[in-house]
Structure formats: structure tokens, C-alpha cells
Ligand binder design. Sequence first.
Ligand SMILES: Cc1cc2nc3c(=O)[nH]c(=O)nc-3n(C[C@H](O)[C@H](O)[C@H](O)COP(=O)(O)O)c2cc1C
Length: 371
Amino acid sequence: MGAGPAPNPPPDRNGTDPSGLDLSHRKAEHVKVVLGKDVDGRYRYWNDIRLVHNALPEVDFADIDTTVTLFGKTLKAPLVITGMTGGFPDAAKINDNLARAAAEVGIAMGVGSERAAILKGQYPESYSTVARHPVPLTFANIGAPQIIAQSPGDPVVGVEEARGAMKLIGADVLAVHLNFLQEMVQPEGDRHAKGCLDRIGDLAKAFPVLAKETGAGISQSVAQRLLAKGVRGFDVSGTGGTSFAAVEHYRALERGATREARVGEVYWDWGIPSPASVRETVPLGLPVIASGGIRSGLDVARALALGATAAGTAAGILRAASVSYEATKAELEQFVYELRVAMFLCGARTVPEMHRAPYVVTGETRAWLGR
Ligand SMILES: Cc1cc2nc3c(=O)[nH]c(=O)nc-3n(C[C@H](O)[C@H](O)[C@H](O)COP(=O)(O)O)c2cc1C
């Protein structure tokens, strides 16, 4: 992505990691690694969900209706671009391409962690560009490690800072991401996790909060604890798609951080498979966004059959978003078209009908669903 050095961010613990990289570089490196390396999980769990073909659909393809309501907003398709980026110059173009395309296709989108913009004032325009487009549903984004102090005197994202994150993009919902696997592989990672749940509860009193993982999934017991604190929905982001252990493995390698590079390799596939995480969270009755490895409209249909309200993709749209708005829109339309094909072949005219579509679970996922 050719992100050059950011213009002089102040060098302190929150702005600069021990090797001298600032946070805006870190977000740029994530994009670069995901575009340049194979960092997907080694097993494709979504392929284990086999929808049962309906040889007599008794519905016309033209009548397939993919409309869905999520957090009170109407989407033309049950699709979310989950939070990825912001905080460095090239991110503005990526987020602008995503937002313009999401608005035209009528789907939801989130931005990446807004920590740098909120706490350091870095590149706010790389996020706020989203507000220029009529995206039907948007998610602000902050990380759970940032809502508690990582060391004495550290700036923390509290209710006011989170309000700023929401205002910056005109967000409808605040996504709080859980990324402790990633933190454990980052040489500069945050190691404190105690107290996050209560702080999520404080945020959930002020805003609609979506609890979001980042590639390791949410179990039923974690979802129950979050539900008790007032969160309004889950983005499961399970294992099988982008592995942040893998992403951080490559970053650690580049910097000679041998221990973390090895940890990243060992934990490459750590986590709860995305389809299993959907099945664990759906019974709680809140909206569930199925994500982690969603790479086609067929995967979206599989997620709906498991009971998800919508499906989310990040790496599945990043390449197109790094090229142009036109490429992004075409890719999103491809997803929606493929979803419509799956619905047709299942005889499901609407999303609620797709929720009732029969399926068979095979492979490793079968063992997870029986746990
Ligand atoms: C380049 C990149 C950057 C990401 N940054 C964030 C982030 O800042 N905040 C967040 O909640 N998730 C972030 N994610 C995680 C995604 O939202 C998603 O949960 C995860 O990548 C799994 O989805 P996928 O397999 O479709 O990529 C990022 C993903 C990618 C690919």
C-alpha cells in the first residue's frame, strides 16, 4: 500500500512501539501483510456447512429478496464490511472506497480501531470520510485493551472518547473489539485484560455496543457475560478467516522478535471456528454477525442458515478496496448475487426463509457443534 511515514506523531508509549513504529504504521502494516501474504486459517470451516439443494425451488430468481433489518436499519443485503482500517494516509482512500460502495449496495460497514484518531488526533479524516456517504449502518471501533489502563497514567478510552469515535464517522453502533490473541503475538502487545468486561458494561449504558472478536471467535459463556453487561449484538469473527496470529507472526519476523514470531506460528489456528461461534451465540437472542472467513455469497447463505442475522467480511473485500471504488462495488455485488443464487437453490425467497434452510455439517466443524 506504500504508506509513507506519518508526519511526526508524538513519540510516546501509545503512539510509538519499542521499535519506533507508530500506530499509524501498525495499521498500514496490517493491510500490507494481509494483501501480501497468505494469512488465512489453514482450515475452511464454512465449507463444512453444506446447504441441502432444493430441486424444486418454487420461487422465481427475480423475486429473491435479500433485505434485512440490523440494529433497526434496513440493509439491501445481510452483509457487513467489518472494521479494518484508518489512522494512516492511504486508509482514507480504502475507507472511502468501502463507504461509497457500501452506500450504493445498501450494506453496513465498520472502520478499524479509532484509537490513534481519538487519543492522538492522528489522521481523523481517514475515518471521517465514511460519514460523507449514506451507508445505512455504520460501526465505530475501539479495542477492549484500550478501555482499561495498560500502565499507570495511560490514556484510556472511556465514554467520552468513545462518543468521539462514534461522532467521527456518524456511527450508529460502537464495536468493541476483543483481540487478545493478537496482543499475545504482538511484541508491543497489551497484556492487561482484567476489568474489560465492566468497562464494556459502562460503554453499553451509553451506546448500543456490538461485541466483536477479531478472528478467534466468541463462545456461549463469553456471550452470556457480555449480554449481562448490556451489549446489543455479537460479531463472532471466528477462526478460519484472517488469522491475526499469522499477521503478527509476519510483523514479528520482520522485526526479529523470534519469540513472538514462533508464538504466531503455534497459535495460527487458535480459536473457535466461525460457524461454531455463530451456533453458540445465536441462542442468546441478540443479532449475530457471522464473520471470519466469509469469502463468497455462498458463505453468507451458510451463515444465515445457521441463524446469523448477517455475515461480515474484512479480508474478502480488502483487495478490491485497495484498488478502486468500482472494484469494491463490483465485488460486493458479486457477493450479493452469489447469495441470491444460494437462496434460489434452497427455495428461500426471503432471509427469514433462508434461516430455515436445511443443512448438513461435515468435517471438523461437526465436532465443534457437538461439543
Ligand atoms: C487489515 C485488517 C485490519 C483489521 N483491523 C481491525 C480493527 O482495527 N478492528 C477490528 O475490530 N477488527 C479488525 N480486523 C478484523 C476484521 O474485522 C475481522 O474480524 C477479521 O479479519 C476476520 O474476518 P475476515 O476473515 O473476513 O478477514 C482487521 C482485519 C484486517 C484484514
